[in-house]
Design a protein around this ligand. Structure first.
Ligand code: DPN
Ligand code: ZN
Length: 502
């Protein structure tokens, strides 16, 4: 075990285990030390996009990525490989690294931990046999309970689940309502398990979302593997099946870190975030070491400047468990605090090895007004650099989700996860068509070598541009409207992080 104590500290308190505990090198040359002493704010020049962009250096980012990998190794005792998953020493070390880096800047930032409960699931073993077949696509849903027919509809009404289901396994089509709702109805009807089959092509990588006592063990299977079973069911009404899952759902306390400039109009904040955690499988250096270290570097460089508007940085925890930290933050903001956030910018996966320059296609039609102005800021910047860019769906795959649902304009950039690069994109960005944008996505090999430094440095400059632009002025940026979750977004978002929930 590493010598690390869990920390919950108020801003300014002494740190018990700082980054130096781990032999982590701070990039001193990147401007950590020459901080303007407290009370001399006026002596700092007003931030400009050019100055902040110029301060971004690939070597500083790389140093931080290496630090993060060393921190991920703290997870080895428990996981046998580097990881920064919540609850691990790798994640606690990440939080200490971020916190201690920002704490050095004294009262330039108001720095806080926000603790919240994160519900996590673990499936140690499972087996599903339907008829004589073992469906290859069978995958237990995240947050499925352990194990404690038939329903041909989408199963979104209790009446879709007949009494005959008691003691049996429900087979339900995907669609219309969440997987969690289906599992709950199946449980209430006495089913011992539920299988949701895809209503479109492919496998179902789903999550049940917020746990309920009525949830039953739930699997997803592909449309192709469901088709013959449905045929049999149409003929014979029942098919023999065996389901087994050994799983656990538990609650871990973890923390978001939020740092806000003490200077700048506190009623008009530009907010940005990346996630501090990784999946259990690996160290998460691109996902989202890239975004979270870009934020740390920009928060460092920003201390050389003064700002007109408040700048608020967030490092979310438990993104990989379903955007839990950002959801908690956005959904618990009092109305008055919600109104102070002019926009939220999401920075998750900025240096994928087989990258594309992706911009979330966040329109004002489907999202809070201002989202599109942010989208266009990214467009203008890539165009000004003579670079190509691609719009990608704004459908709930990262931490912007809670903000949009809370009525706050949002957007962001990314470089791609498990998606496959097209021929056109190969022409636009180089790399390799047919391969994933990030071939190490959610795997052990997401290490320091899994970051394309050109893409990461360039995107970090764009992040710097976005921060500096709004730190100086919101001129031309739409005023905040009252909180009203956007219906169009709610209808189109089908992801909650990397998992489908509907
Ligand atoms: N939210 C990312 C993850 O943490 O798995 C994946 C992702 C990022 C997907 C950005 C699309 C865009
Ligand atoms: Zn991520």
């Amino acid at each position: 075990m590493v010598g690390f104590t869990r920390l919950h500290l108020a801003c300014g308190a002494a740190l018990l285990g700082t980054a130096s505990t781990y032999g982590i090198q701070q990039p001193m040359s990147s401007g950590d030390s020459p901080m303007t002493p407290v009370g001399q704010a006026s002596k700092r020049p007003l931030v400009s996009s050019k100055a902040l962009q110029d301060s971004i250096k690939g070597e500083h980012l790389l140093r931080r990525a290496k630090n993060l990998y060393e921190i991920a190794k703290l997870g080895e005792d428990e996981y046998n490989h580097p990881t920064r998953v919540i609850g691990s020493d790798g994640h606690l070390g990440t939080l200490a690294y971020i916190y201690s880096t920002i704490a050095k800047f004294g009262d330039y930032y108001n720095l806080t931990y926000q603790a919240f409960p994160a519900v996590t699931g673990r499936v140690s073993e499972f087996r599903l046999v339907i008829g004589d077949e073992v469906p290859k696509s069978a995958e237990p849903m995240s947050l499925t309970p352990p194990l404690k027919t038939r329903s041909p509809s989408t199963g979104c009404d209790a009446s879709d689940y007949p009494a005959a289901l008691d003691g049996n396994i429900a087979l339900v089509m995907r669609g219309k309502c969440s997987f969690g709702t289906k599992s709950e109805f199946a449980g209430l009807a006495g089913a011992i398990a539920a299988i949701v089959y895809n209503n479109e092509e492919g496998e179902v990588h789903g999550t049940l979302g917020t746990p309920s006592d009525n949830h039953v063990a739930t699997f997803g299977i592909s449309d192709a593997e469901a088709a013959p079973i449905i045929k049999k069911l149409e003929k014979s009404k029942t098919v023999d099946a065996i389901a087994y899952i050994d799983a656990e759902v538990k609650t871990t306390m973890t923390d978001n870190i939020v740092a806000q400039t003490t200077e700048g109009d506190p009623n008009n904040c530009v907010m940005l975030g990346g996630h501090s955690d990784s999946v259990p499988a690996g160290p998460g250096i691109n996902d989202d070491g890239s975004g979270s270290m870009t934020l740390l570097e920009i928060a460092t460089q920003l201390t050389k400047f003064s700002v007109n508007n408040c700048v608020r940085f967030a490092w979310w925890a438990a993104e990989e468990e379903g955007l839990l930290g950002s959801d908690y933050y956005a959904s618990t903001l009092p109305e008055e605090e919600n109104q102070k956030i002019r926009l939220f910018m999401d920075y998750d996966m900025l240096g994928s090895p087989n990258f594309a320059y992706q911009i979330y296609n966040a329109t004002n039609e489907a999202n809070p007004t201002g989202s599109q102005e942010l989208r266009d800021l990214y467009v203008d910047w890539y165009e000004s650099q003579g670079l190509n860019y691609s719009f990608i769906p704004f459908d709930g795959r990262s931490d912007y989700d809670g903000f949009i649902r809370a009525g706050i304009p949002a957007g962001g950039i990314a470089t791609g996860a498990e998606g496959v690069k097209t021929k056109d994109e190969e022409k636009m960005y180089g790399g390799k068509a047919g391969d994933w944008y990030d071939p190490c996505y959610h795997q052990l090999c997401d290490d320091v070598s899994n970051v394309n430094m050109t893409a990461w440095e360039l995107n970090s400059k764009l992040v710097a541009h976005s921060v500096a632009t709004y730190a100086v002025s919101f001129k031309g940026f739409p005023k905040r409207a009252a909180v009203a979750a956007t219906k169009a977004y709610k209808q189109s978002a089908k992801y909650h992080g990397s998992k489908l929930f509907i």
